[in-house]
Write a protein that binds this ligand. Structure first.
Ligand SMILES: [Mg+2]
Length: 403
């Protein structure tokens, strides 16, 4: 087999969808690249990656599952069940897969057991309709009660359709909207539910029946409000309703699920296979969406996909990563039977493609990630482009040599 040892890890902090950490794991002069979920305290994630480095240096990078378990179990007494530590482990785990693939001369989806498909279908996240066709976030949410507002939602949906996407997701929780009466309670007014119905009807009217449509509530509402809103959205035949209630109480989510015919999707705020085991035990979902760059990595994603398959449930990963995390997730999606659709959250980021050179062509083409036979993830980093979006405030730099 020959020998291969991890020699060092370096990192880059960049702004893509949010402030994210790119992780490179080196074995001599070969590296694998991973990405940590782009939200929250990037300096804390970076410090956690550096703290974990000593657990993998000197190890064989091809032992990905063993090194994941080593990092995870070594941190059980330090909050390693969820949060920043697991996000840091996820970025290293992704990089280990890429490195193992490069060392073995095989694409990662083959290391994961081979492909059910080599074209991975994406859905376009359209935020709350606040990304316009020119690619800029607008400050005010469109009002679906007005013709201009309905046209604004329709324009965003049509932009995604014209780029080849066959599935969309919109936010309806209107966090800063004028209809919100109280900053802290989780209750929805009749007017707020009417606004949701107006928004979804405008989008459905614009895209027709051939487009799959998911709606995200960002874990904001109480159980009775979530049930009222879900029932009001039943006529639109949604692909799923996402996180109608907060993530901590799975029995509450199960109660919403039992009260509506709308399929319920959750999981972007859960960590590791163990929290997903609880989700399945609670009977709380019709679809799962772990975020591999956040919740544990590709091996853990494979385990959750298999858990979902045992319940005959679809697997549709959450993804707000840059091109590295997106391609990494696509390799997993290729390798599990019950995959349906992967999130793409960079509709408005025209620099997204330039951050890497991808063996499969553009990372996103006609609404899909097209996998290639190139070793690892098939990615090369464009360091000049990464430097152009450096997260300077963190002081982490872009693979700074002396850290
Ligand atoms: Mg969500």
């Amino acid at each position: 087999l020959g020998s291969a040892r991890v020699t060092r890890i370096d990192t880059a902090a960049v702004r893509v969808v949010g402030p994210c950490l790119i992780v490179r794991v080196w074995a001599g002069d070969v590296y694998g690249v991973g990405e940590c979920y782009p939200s929250g305290p990037v300096r804390a994630v970076d410090a956690a990656v550096r703290g974990l480095t000593e657990l993998v240096v000197g190890e064989d990078p091809r032992d990905v599952h063993r090194l994941y378990e080593k990092m995870r179990r070594w941190q059980i007494f330090n909050g390693g069940q969820a949060g920043t530590i697991v996000t840091a482990i996820s970025g290293i785990e992704l990089a280990l897969w890429d490195l193992a693939g490069k060392l073995l001369g095989a694409p990662v989806y083959q290391l994961l057991g081979g492909a059910f498909r080599t074209e991975v279908r994406l859905y376009a996240d359209c935020n709350a309709g606040t990304v316009d066709a020119a690619g800029h976030h607008t400050s005010a949410l469109p009002d679906p009660a007005t013709p201009d507002g309905r046209a604004a939602f329709a324009r965003v949906a049509a932009t995604a359709r014209d780029r080849g996407f066959t599935a969309l997701k919109f936010d309806v929780d209107d966090v800063y909207g004028a209809l919100r009466r109280d900053e802290w309670n989780r209750s929805l007014s009749r007017a707020q539910i009417d606004r949701m119905v107006g928004q979804v009807s405008a989008i459905r009217e614009a895209v027709g029946d051939q487009m799959d449509l998911a709606i995200d509530m960002h874990a904001r509402f109480d159980v009775p409000s979530a049930i009222r809103a879900a029932r009001a959205l039943e006529p639109f035949d949604l692909m799923w309703l996402e996180e109608p209630v907060p993530p901590e109480n799975l029995a509450a989510l199960a109660e919403v699920r039992r009260a509506t015919s709308v399929p319920i999707c959750a999981g972007e705020n859960l960590y590791t296979r163990f929290e997903f085991l609880d989700l399945f035990k609670a009977g709380a979902v019709d679809c799962v969406m772990p975020d591999v760059a956040k919740f544990g990595g590709l091996g853990e994603g494979r385990r959750v996909a298999d858990l979902a398959e045992l319940h005959y449930l679809p697997f549709a990963p959450h993804n707000v990563s840059g091109p590295v995390g997106t391609v990494a997730a696509a390799h997993l999606c290729a390798a599990v039977s019950n995959f349906t659709v992967l999130e793409y959250h960079a509709m408005d980021l025209d620099f997204f493609e330039g951050l890497v050179r991808y063996a499969g062509g553009p990372v996103v083409r006609d609404g899909y990630v097209h996998l290639s036979d190139a070793p690892g993830f098939g990615l090369e980093l464009n360091e000049d482009a990464l430097r152009a979006v450096e997260h300077t405030r963190s002081g982490i730099g872009v693979f700074a040599p002396d850290r």
